[in-house]
Design a protein around this ligand. Structure first.
Ligand code: PEP
Ligand code: MG
Length: 328
């Protein structure tokens, strides 16, 4: 199988009926970037910038951040990289970044984390914005914000970037060729107001790890619950279908960047729902590219519509049977 995956490295992932599926990788370290060439992925769909913060004893300086982002972009060559602004706080607490009243939160995953921290500690986001803008001079900067729960949070974060951009422009510094701003959809509340936020976005990235945890009110880090809720449950799949419907005809990219997309049956379900862009763990790229090459989207879509209208007791079983009966 390894040889089969290697052979697919240079092959664009396309279904039997010719749909191009974009398969990207999730990364967080400079050393993850060579995985792009090893796997033949289309780009980095999620670069978790907080890793640099988590492995550092002190707040990484703006210069260090700029250097890392520049290195990552250079190593990625002409493949796109989507940088996610820091998702720290909550369970990824940093000793040098503490809430004024301590860090002991009862529910850190639902607490002071991600964009909530970044918007309150504006110096942090300002420095990161400058670093990303400077590192992207002459290229396209793709940046997305984690845990957007209401549209104003996206606007506020974007405004921090725009102010830094204005500053660089006044300084006559070289600017990015283009800036694409995106939001992560991982808090269910955002799904209710997609019509309000989508016109302001270049892309939407669905973080199914957090989204599942919040939809089921089930801590993603609690091993007692790990097996209880299935990504292939009708609630998740119908929720995703609804997101795609609400994005409607707006010409924005919609990517799934949670772990779900790297698993075979889950990827099948996502493609059946209409997802065309996945950002997954690098080891899954070969298997998912191979899977893509064996499916007929038209057939899969029809089956998925049936399953969602009348969910089988065992959706996982139904998908597995569908796949094995076609030699997938
Ligand atoms: C997610 O929540 O699905 C996601 C991709 O972000 P993270 O796993 O880093 O929280
Ligand atoms: Mg998340």
């Amino acid at each position: 199988r390894q040889a089969a995956y290697a052979a697919l490295r240079e092959v664009e992932p396309r279904t039997l009926d010719g749909e191009r599926i974009t398969v990207m990788i999730n990364a967080g370290l400079r050393d993850d970037v060579p995985m792009l060439n090893l796997t033949g992925a289309d780009g980095i769909g999620l670069y978790r910038t907080e890793f640099q913060f988590l492995v550092s004893a002190t707040l990484p300086s703006r210069e260090r951040q700029t250097r890392l982002y520049r290195d990552v972009l250079e190593a990625a060559g002409n493949r796109p990289v989507v940088f996610r602004t820091v998702d720290i706080g909550g369970d990824k607490a940093l000793p040098y970044l503490r809430h004024d009243d301590g860090n002991d939160e009862e529910n850190p995953a639902m607490g002071w984390r991600a964009l909530r921290v970044a918007l309150e500690r504006e110096g942090l986001l300002k420095a990161q914005a400058r670093a990303l803008l400077e590192a992207s001079a002459g290229r396209t900067l793709n940046v997305m914000f984690p845990m957007v729960s209401e549209p104003w949070e996206f606007d506020a974060a974007r405004a921090v970037f725009e102010r830094q951009l204005e500053f660089l422009r006044k300084q006559k510094r070289m600017l990015p060729e283009a800036i694409r701003y995106g939001a992560m959809l991982e808090v269910p509340a955002l799904a209710e107001v997609l019509d309000l936020i989508v016109p302001r976005l270049s892309f939407l990235s669905i973080g199914t790890n957090d989204l599942t945890q919040f939809l089921f009110a089930a801590d993603r880090a609690n091993p007692k619950l790990a097996e209880r809720y299935d990504w292939l449950s009708p609630s998740i799949l119908r929720f995703l279908r609804r997101i795609l419907r609400d994005v409607g005809s707006h010409p924005i990219d919609v990517t799934v960047c949670g772990e779900m997309g790297g698993r075979r049956l889950e990827a099948l379900a996502l493609i059946g729902l209409g997802i065309r862009r996945l950002s997954i763990t690098p080891v899954a790229v070969g298997p998912i590219k191979e899977l893509v090459s064996r499916i007929h989207v038209g057939e899969l879509r029809a089956a998925m519509e049936q399953w969602l209208a009348h969910p089988p007791a065992d959706m996982r079983g139904a998908l597995l049977e569908w796949a094995t009966s076609r030699g997938i």
